[in-house]
Design a protein around this ligand. Structure first.
Ligand code: NAD
Length: 500
């Protein structure tokens, strides 16, 4: 039986009214399990109106009460990790263990939100001028929107709504239509934790719902994570409508391996970071750059490891890599492998013919490894977002840095070396916003910020860390004087005020 999902508006489930639905598929079986409603403009308007109404009291709610609710949510999240991970696996396809990791990384940012009182501490300068004090405070913005991608259906919503709500805002989230169930469960847990109705709302949908959020006059800020073309569009449209916006886009993360690196460790790292979650991570390594003469040896070590990866359903404990999210995405990823040889690459492993017994309708792809990929090849230029690892060869460290910095993407990168000086240079010379030194996927811990630059991030703010508090609040500076009634009046002075 196909389940029909609802929106979450004003603290309760609300049936879709537009009559338009999208299919949610179990990627391992290929079966459509759920129909997700696509909100029409008036349904988005209802959610924004609820959020606007709730903002009046939520923005005035004390930090003590806000954090009490967040602590309760944290406890509920902890108790329900398994259930949320199961929802993720059933709609995204990733391994249960991987889904649990995602929940943990979301929880890390909920931890940060629980300590919002420390982050929102203002500043006070006394006696800046005679009898004058200056205070700097940060205040919430109002209704903020979150628009999230399929690949982290619980973690990225949590990165957004936990910090936005902690800062005193109310939220309308538009989760990915491909795997929307986890975010709904999170909304229920927030309600169970005591969050007042209307503070957190979810509208499902497609471009229609997103466009309405981007132009709605009562939405003050937009957080977006997704592919680069949509990120660019969201940034331009929301900015043109006067909103604060952060739009994180796609990625093509390079791992530079210097000749002195531990090649066993580098091969382990490349395989783990390249094929984990079937390559559907924005921090996945998709390009290995071999420096000097190590190329053949490194490719061989990667090949030997990659061909042993066990592929199967995410809820089977024996599997290590699951299916791709949709059939269309699976076919698109496969096309990069089938076209690679014509583009001049050497196909070392071709996963396009892979199938899993008993799950013939699943969206399967085996692992693919492409060597000596020219920079002109489509497989190098595009973000593939699947289990396809490209290897490029360069002669020198400098050649590797140029290659990475010439990419339009600049999300994450890593260097593998035993040379501290080279690693230090790399940190300073490289464009991407997140850099790993012998760490292939340098996803920053929740209390540091997450984000790249160039085509991987449009806007000024990263996610979580101090950037989140800044993004979800605006500054205000108050200058005050309390003259003694006994003082003589200062008199009229048309000059520009000076401190003395
Ligand atoms: P996507 O861009 O297709 O969709 C993201 C969101 O935008 C979804 O909610 C979707 O409904 C909406 N959307 C899609 N097309 C739209 C349009 N034309 N107009 C308005 N809204 C639209 O991305 P995806 O396939 O769900 O996610 C994968 C992408 O996200 C990859 O490119 C990946 O690199 C990126 N990503 C980036 C980061 C990061 O931190 N930079 C993190 C996770 C994922």
């Amino acid at each position: 039986m196909t389940k029909i999902l609802n929106h979450w508006i004003g603290g309760k489930t609300v049936e879709g009214a537009s009559g338009t639905y999208g299919p949610v598929t179990n990627p391992a079986t290929g079966v459509v399990t759920t129909k997700v409603p696509f909100a029409a403009v008036d349904e988005v308007d209802t959610a924004v109106a609820e959020a606007k109404d709730a903002y009046r009291t939520w923005s005035q709610t004390s930090l003590a009460k806000r954090t009490e609710i967040l602590f309760r949510f944290r406890a509920l999240l902890d108790m329900n990790r398994d259930e949320i991970a199961e929802l993720i696996t059933a709609e995204h396809g990733k391994m249960h263990s991987d889904a649990l990791g995602e929940v943990t990384r979301g929880l890390e940012v909920v931890d940060l939100a629980c300590g919002i009182n420390v982050q929102l501490k203002g500043e006070l300068s006394t006696e800046v001028s005679t009898g004058v004090d200056v205070a700097a405070i940060r205040q919430p913005l109002g209704v903020v929107a979150g628009i999230t991608p399929f690949n982290f259906p619980a973690m990225i919503p949590m990165w957004m709504f936990s910090m936005a709500i902690a800062c005193g805002n109310t939220v309308v989230l538009k989760p990915s239509e491909k795997d929307p169930s986890a975010s709904l469960r999170l909304a229920e847990l927030m309600a169970e934790a005591g969050l007042p109705d209307g503070v957190f709302n979810i509208v499902h949908g497609d471009k229609v719902a997103v466009d309405r959020l981007l132009e709605h006059p009562d939405v003050k800020a937009v957080s977006f994570v997704g592919s680069t073309p949509v990120a660019r569009y969201v940034h331009a449209t929301a900015s043109a409508n006067g909103k604060r916006v952060q739009a994180l886009g796609g990625a093509k993360n390079h791992m530079l391996v210097l000749p002195d690196a531990d090649l066993e460790a580098a091969a382990d790292a490349a395989v783990s970071a390249g094929y984990g979650s079937a390559g559907e991570r924005c921090m996945a390594i998709s390009v290995v750059v071999a420096v000097g003469s190590i190329g053949d040896e490194l490719v061989e070590k990667i090949r030997r490891r990659a061909e042993k990866i066990k592929i199967g359903p995410g809820n089977d404990l024996a599997s290590e890599m699951g299916p791709l999210v949709t059939k269309a995405h699976r076919d698109k990823v496969a096309s990069y492998v089938t076209g690679a040889a014509a583009d001049g690459a050497e196909v070392v492993l071709d996963g396009t013919g892979y199938s899993v017994e008993g799950y013939e309708d699943g969206h399967w792809l085996g692992v693919s490894l492409l060597d000596k990929v020219p920079t002109t090849a489509k497989a190098y230029r595009d973000e593939i977002f699947g289990p396809v690892l490209c290897v490029l060869r360069v002669d020198t460290y400098e050649g590797g840095v140029d290659l990475i910095n010439n990419s339009p993407f600049a999300n994450g990168t890593a260097i593998f070396t035993r040379d501290g000086g080279a690693a230090r240079r790399f940190q300073l010379e490289i464009d991407p916003g997140m850099v790993g030194v012998n760490v292939p996927m340098p996803v920053p811990v929740g209390y540091h910020s997450f984000g790249g630059s160039k085509d991987s991030l449009f806007g000024d703010h990263h996610m979580h860390g101090n950037d989140a508090t800044h993004f979800y609040t605006r500054g205000k500076v108050i200058t005050s004087r309390w003259p003694d009634p006994a003082d003589a009046p200062a008199g009229v002075d048309l000059g520009f005020p000076r401190n003395h």
